[in-house]
Design a protein around this ligand. Structure first.
Ligand SMILES: Nc1ncnc2c1ncn2[C@@H]1O[C@H](COP(=O)(O)OP(=O)(O)OP(=O)(O)O)[C@@H](O)[C@H]1O
Ligand SMILES: [Mg+2]
Length: 287
């Protein structure tokens, strides 16, 4: 079932009260919300080049986790591997684990179609299909056999959930390509939501959108955490501090392999980081 954004799914009663994960906070903070995706020693190679090395990170359920860091440090590589997009890159090799509800979704045995349904992805450039607004959102549910009135309901719920319904309800049969960039991106979020994912990965979802469209997407992300686990890659530090509960800072070593430097509550990463590299990056001295 897709929950409307106003409804609360399982998870912490309030993001502010939720606190960080144990691994993000250290031993003195006590337990936090449940881990949704437990990344263990994730290493990704493109051919012989190591793009990301040994990332271990617990992404908590019903929270927004931001991934920040300089260009090329492997942010997109990490989120793409969680969605098994790296399977499509010739020469890419992924090792390590990403455990979701007890299952390693990086294992060759798992059903990739099922992984992509459970872990949706929204890209930097809005990429609606050259179809109607309705058909874009209906695409995934149709593949899973949903038809008729039930399909109408799924489409409406997803468009409402993505804060787009009021703008498009009278033109569902018109081409999605006629929407503004910000509307197209909310449509892509609706399309991701329509197959009832548990996790939504967003790779710089607002970087190609104007400031007002960006604000709407940020508001939407804040609402989505009630029902989904969100991971957002962003270059915009203000955006990370506005929308996320937790922030993971990545950088590159001398061999240009990306690695995780520090992970913790966003407010701590931005105001009181433990690592000098984080401090230099968030204060604008590097990157
Ligand atoms: N398909 C690919 N084939 C070969 N190398 C790749 C491929 N995709 C990414 N890389 C390399 O892997 C490294 C990490 O790239 P990635 O796109 O994950 O970085 P990023 O942190 O998302 O950067 P940006 O902030 O610029 O989007 C880079 O050195 C990049 O050139
Ligand atoms: Mg990227």
């Amino acid at each position: 079932m897709i929950l409307a954004t106003g409804q609360r799914g399982p998870g912490p009663s309030s993001p502010a009260a939720a606190g960080p994960t144990a691994s993000a906070a250290g031993p003195d903070h006590g337990p936090g919300p449940a881990t949704k995706v437990s990344i263990r020693n994730l290493t990704v190679h493109y051919g012989t080049f190591c793009a990301v090395r040994n990332v271990t990170l617990d992404i908590p359920a019903n929270q927004v986790t931001a991934i920040i860091g300089p260009s090329g440090c492997g942010k997109s590589t990490v989120v793409r591997s969680l969605n098994r997009m790296t399977d499509l890159v010739p020469g890419a090799r992924v090792s390590g684990e990403a455990i979701v509800d007890g299952q390693n979704i990086l294992s060759p045995e798992v059903d990739v179609v099922d992984v992509r349904r459970r872990i949706g992805m929204v890209f930097q450039r809005p990429n609606p299909f050259p179809k109607s607004i309705y058909d874009n959102v209906a695409y995934g549910p149709r593949l899973h056999g949903v038809r008729g009135r039930a399909l109408d309901e799924v489409v409406e719920r997803a468009l409402r959930g993505a804060a787009l319904w009021d703008e498009v309800k009278d033109k569902l049969r018109q081409s999605a390509l006629a929407l503004s960039g910000g509307q197209q991106q909310r449509l892509c979020i609706a399309r991701a939501m329509a197959v009832e994912p548990e996790v939504i990965l967003m790779d710089e979802p607002a970087s190609a959108i104007d400031p007002i469209g960006t604000l709407r997407i940020e508001e939407l992300i804040s609402h989505l955490r009630a029902n989904y686990t969100i991971v957002i890659v962003t270059h915009n530090m203000q955006q990370a501090s506005r929308v996320s509960d937790l922030t993971a800072f990545f950088t590159m070593g001398e061999d240009r392999a990306g690695y995780l430097v520090e992970f913790g509550p966003t407010v701590e990463i931005f105001t009181n980081p433990r690592n000098q590299l984080t401090e230099d990056y968030v204060s604008g001295r590097f990157g």
